[in-house]
Design a protein around this ligand. Structure first.
Ligand code: ADP
Ligand code: MG
Length: 253
């Protein structure tokens, strides 16, 4: 069917920092509308891979990046954004003094001379994006009035306004409570149901199993494999991430 072609595929991705090989010949593929988890221990290369995909880092020669069937010879943050590749960074890169509405609409309007765009238009864009996520927020309040969980949602709404086709989330639940996490996972589900692919990085294996349909595992910068999440267990994922097999007797619970 038409969904059989990846929205994004990468091959031969190598990235070295000084003497550290952060990515060793990694391949990675995302299908339209899927929730795809990227798992691996600390330092396994997850954030580096996201930065290569989004044009923050340039991989070594020989890398192949194909977006929606077209080769991308050299990815930059601007090209990534124009293709609809959006990232929710851990530090969120939002503007605390601006209103929620301005944060959501800013990226899109920044090419359109925002000073001349009337605030009601900005508010409408923001409210529509939040409505697509099933969320109501007072968009006229400054972002700094909101907790990290709501800021996360603002960043996702902003990605939607930027016509996201893929949203990368790097450990989005790291500082959320359980109920905030549940809410975020519901929003991720809504996003993918609307056709936007989500690449979700998390250490929390229960949430990986709950949210994603496929899983790519990295270990020491190398690809371990790509797996359907159905039938996976937390201990199996841990084995794949660490390369160690846990026998029944040493399992924690
Ligand atoms: P993860 O996100 O899976 O925890 P990273 O991609 O952040 O892993 O890091 C992978 C490896 O690359 C680690 O050894 C890390 O120390 C190294 N690394 C990442 N970014 C840089 C950088 N900007 N400069 C030097 N080394 C880096
Ligand atoms: Mg990281």
């Amino acid at each position: 069917g038409e969904d059989a072609r990846p929205i994004l595929s990468l091959r031969n991705i190598n990235m070295t920092f000084g003497g550290v090989r952060a990515l060793k010949n990694v391949s990675f593929e995302v299908m339209p509308g899927e929730v795809h988890c990227l798992a691996g221990e600390n330092g396994s290369g997850k954030s580096t891979l996201i930065k290569v995909i989004t044009g923050v880092y340039r991989p070594a020669a020989g890398a192949e990046i194909v977006f929606d069937g077209a080769a991308v010879s050299s990815m930059t943050p601007g090209i990534a954004q124009s293709l609809g590749i959006q990232v929710i960074w851990q530090d969120l890169a939002l503007f605390p003094e601006m209103t929620v509405a301005e944060n959501i609409a800013f990226q899109t309007l920044s090419g359109a001379r925002p000073r001349f765009v009337r605030y009601p238009a900005i508010r409408k864009i923001a409210e529509d994006a939040l409505a697509r996520l099933g969320v109501t927020l007072d968009v006229d309040r400054p972002l700094k009035d909101f907790a990290i969980a709501q800021r996360q949602i603002v960043a996702i709404a902003r990605a939607l306004v930027g016509e996201a086709r893929i949203v990368f989330m790097d450990e989005p639940t790291a500082s959320l409570t359980q109920s905030e996490t549940d809410h975020l996972l519901a929003i991720v589900h809504t996003l993918s149901a609307s056709g936007v692919a989500v690449v979700f990085v998390s250490h929390r294996l229960a949430e990986v199993l709950e949210i994603s349909s496929r899983l790519t595992v990295l270990r020491d910068g190398a690809l371990v494999g790509v797996y359907p999440v159905e039938g996976m267990t937390q201990s199996r994922i841990t084995e794949l991430m660490t390369g160690r097999t846990f026998d029944q007797s040493v399992r924690a619970h």
